[in-house]
Write a protein that binds this ligand. Structure first.
Ligand SMILES: *[C@@H]1O[C@H](CO)[C@@H](O)[C@H](O)[C@H]1NC(C)=O
Ligand SMILES: *[C@@H]1O[C@H](CO)[C@@H](O)[C@H](O)[C@H]1NC(C)=O
Ligand SMILES: *[C@@H]1O[C@H](CO)[C@@H](O)[C@H](O)[C@H]1NC(C)=O
Ligand SMILES: *[C@@H]1O[C@H](CO)[C@@H](O)[C@H](O)[C@H]1NC(C)=O
Ligand SMILES: *[C@@H]1O[C@H](CO)[C@@H](O)[C@H](O)[C@H]1NC(C)=O
Length: 176
């Protein structure tokens, strides 16, 4: 059997699969405090209220690596009382990425007493919504937007595959 007429189709299918899977790995990185970063004088409660966090997203803490600031993942008591005993994790690179792996509430505080100055943030992480985007999601929060763009990218890739398949079937000589 002569496979030549369909090789562009096979090639594109493989490319589409790779692209789709790569696209799935794309997660939102929520930069704590946005352009203010991890700093005192930022209301992180307000910052967190303005975004949607989904499982698989990242939260990242950006600050000068001078030793003044750091990041501790704690539980609710640690958050409420600004204590780092029994911390679930700690970071101090100045560019700390933390993956939000579970659908639960996460608590982060700064050590060195800075937590008492308001350097604490708690985020509620939600399960990824079902694949098809809900109506009106485009004007909702950032998480929903990224789901839509995933869906759109997938749609375009499959359209390209379908078009090339049709072309290959209609005019086998053209593509080889
Ligand atoms: C941060 O903002 C929230 C909501 O606007 C407010 O309730 C809270 O008191 C503020 N926190 C600080 C430390 O200013
Ligand atoms: C929340 O996000 C909107 C749109 O991105 C922005 O206009 C607004 O200033 C933000 N509010 C806060 C408190 O960050
Ligand atoms: C920490 O805060 C919690 C409230 O979330 C309180 O019940 C608890 O007694 C406090 N723990 C310590 C060690 O201060
Ligand atoms: C948080 O962790 C501390 C230290 O491990 C523990 O004593 C406390 O009971 C925990 N609090 C919650 C709400 O899980
Ligand atoms: C920070 O985390 C490391 C493990 O990653 C641990 O060995 C260390 O005790 C932690 N430091 C504090 C102050 O909790």
């Amino acid at each position: 059997m002569d496979l030549r007429p369909i090789w562009p189709f096979l090639l594109l299918s493989v490319a589409a699969l790779i692209l789709q899977n790569a696209d799935f790995a794309v997660a939102t990185d929520h930069i704590v405090g946005a352009n203010h970063g991890w700093n005192s004088g930022v209301n992180f409660t307000q910052w967190a209220a303005n975004q949607t966090f989904y499982v698989g997203d990242f939260i990242s803490f950006r600050y000068p690596k001078t030793g003044q600031y750091n990041v501790f993942m704690v539980n609710q008591s640690g958050y409420d009382n600004c204590t780092t005993e029994g911390a679930l994790g700690n970071w101090s690179s100045g560019k700390d990425f933390v993956e939000l792996k579970e659908a639960k509430r996460y608590y982060f505080i700064c050590g060195n007493g800075m937590c008492f100055n308001g350097m604490k943030v708690s985020v509620k992480v939600e399960k990824l919504p079902a694949a098809s985007p809900p109506k009106g999601a485009a004007n909702s929060k950032s998480g929903a937007r990224s789901v839509i763009s995933r869906w759109q990218t997938g749609g375009w890739v499959w359209l390209a595959v379908a078009a090339s398949a049709a072309l290959a079937l209609a005019m086998p000589g053209l593509l080889v």
